[in-house]
Design a protein around this ligand. Structure first.
Ligand SMILES: Nc1nc2c(c(=O)[nH]1)N[C@H]1C(S)=C(S)[C@@H](COP(=O)(O)OP(=O)(O)OC[C@H]3O[C@@H](n4cnc5c(N)ncnc54)[C@H](O)[C@@H]3O)O[C@H]1N2
Ligand code: MOO
Length: 401
């Protein structure tokens, strides 16, 4: 079977992916969630003309010539409005956030006033008429559109929603991703592996990528290389209504690579299997009921690079959030050989220099080597059949961190 180009695989994966429903969450749980519908203010803020400063509410006409002596007829702290009316020659002691009393139109800050101690003040410095007052509705008015659908709820958005008097908010369902590791050789971290065993590491990095785009993880653990063991965990994923079922390993053509068989026996409609990419050739994708199945290759670097390139945009789209990889142009400081038919993602270190972003690829690119992936901060993207290039040539990189 011909290998599917990376761009085609991504397009097929993203095709028809959209959020599945909404839910209402309390504001304290809403950070990072995606607003499902436009949000309107339930009230006007500020709901009254409010003092912006601590000082005295006066009539501008009374302080036209200075110094001006005024009688203090009451107090207006925030939360306790002054209910009387202020007449000529009078003022009210006022504090930040309090409603401006009837009959006043200006607030003089207390630094510009002397308290005469007999219930009167002397205004010493000029204040323009209307100063230090926030007009009713300065921030927003009842019914105003305050946030658009699709907004990722960041700190400012959350405080704005609260100020507009919404105790909870309707957000898009966060996609649920079931992760199933496969392999007789795998044991969880902290185990005492036998001579032919290794530690299952892929699920941790994949889960972190899943969570980085706001999706939820259901880690179903490790299935042995037996069809019943794998299908039992897939059944659990389906029962949990997982939006995406990610399998790790068992995607290739070996006698013990059972994932394809198990999923197709369960009724998966296979979309593609095997793509023109390195690492990541045995990537598999299909639909099974409401779930999308993404079969990631077992090699640790392949599973994480495929997650960056395919799983992340898929989950972002299912979660209704914008996403695009962080691509940059760089300058190679090393010659590179011609590429074959697979689009290559070459682990590399990129450094900012006066000449631009200088990129050094790792010499060894074995897809089992997690250390070079952890050390790398980018992957050089080499298109299929890219010709050999000299040091100093331009390159394109996808930033990894
Ligand atoms: N004859 C061929 N052999 C292979 C091909 C091929 O085209 N023809 N493709 C190779 C490529 S490329 C890859 S990538 C691997 C991927 O194969 P699988 O997805 O079937 O992965 P496994 O065989 O199960 O495991 C590969 C490797 O990764 C380790 N592994 C698996 N799961 C985990 C995990 N959760 N955590 C850490 N490490 C894991 C596993 O022990 C193996 O060492 O196939 C090539 N072969
Ligand atoms: O995905 Mo495999 O790692 O291309 O070697």
């Amino acid at each position: 079977m011909a290998l599917l180009p990376v761009a085609d695989a991504l397009a097929r994966l993203l095709d028809a992916a959209e959020p599945r429903g909404t839910e209402t969450v309390g504001l304290a749980q809403a950070s990072g969630r995606v607003l499902s519908a436009p949000l309107h203010a339930l009230r006007t803020q500020p709901p009254f003309d409010a003092s912006a400063m601590d000082g005295y509410a006066v009539q501008a006409a009374d302080i036209a010539s200075l110094p001006a002596q005024l009688k203090v007829i009451g107090q207006a702290p925030a939360g306790k409005q002054f209910t009387g009316t202020v007449g000529p020659g009078e003022c009210v002691r006022i504090f930040t956030g309090a409603p401006v009393p009837q009959g006043t139109d200006t607030v003089v800050i207390q630094e510009n006033v002397r308290d005469l101690g007999n219930g009167e003040i002397a205004v010493l410095e000029p204040t323009l008429a209307g100063r230090n007052i926030r007009a009713r509705g300065l921030d927003f008015k009842q019914g105003d559109l305050i946030l658009d659908a699709g907004r990722v709820l960041d700190p400012a958005a959350l405080s704005l929603i609260a100020a507009a008097n919404h105790p909870s908010v309707e957000v898009l369902r966060a996609p649920l991703v079931a992760i199933i590791a496969t392999g007789d050789e795998l044991l969880p971290p902290g185990s005492n592996p036998g001579p032919d065993q290794i530690i299952a590491s892929n699920a941790y990095g994949v889960a972190a990528i899943v969570q980085s785009v706001g999706a939820r993880v259901l880690d179903l653990g490790i299935a042995a290389d037996r069809t019943e063991a794998i299908s039992a965990l897939v059944a659990k994923a389906l029962a949990a209504d997982a939006d995406v079922i990610v399998t790790l390993g068992g995607a290739s053509v070996g006698d013990h690579d059972l994932v394809h068989r198990v999923l197709t026996d369960l009724g998966m409609d296979l979309n593609f299997w095997k793509i023109a990419m390195r690492p990541g050739k045995p990537l598999m994708f299909g639909r099974l009921g409401n779930s999308r199945c993404v079969g990631l290759p077992g090699n640790p670097v392949a599973s994480l690079i495929c997650s960056q390139i395919f799983l992340k945009p898929l989950l972002a789209k299912l979660g209704g959030r914008p996403y695009s990889p962080h691509m940059r142009n760089g300058i190679l400081d090393t010659a590179m050989a011609a590429n074959d038919l697979r689009q290559d993602f070459v682990r590399a270190i990129a450094r900012e220099t006066a000449e631009g972003l200088v990129v050094t690829p790792y010499l060894i690119q074995d897809s089992s080597m997690l250390r070079t992936l952890a050390d790398a901060n980018c992957a050089i993207v080499r298109v299929p059949f890219a010709p050999a290039v000299e040091a100093g040539s331009a390159c394109q990189v996808m930033m990894l961190r």
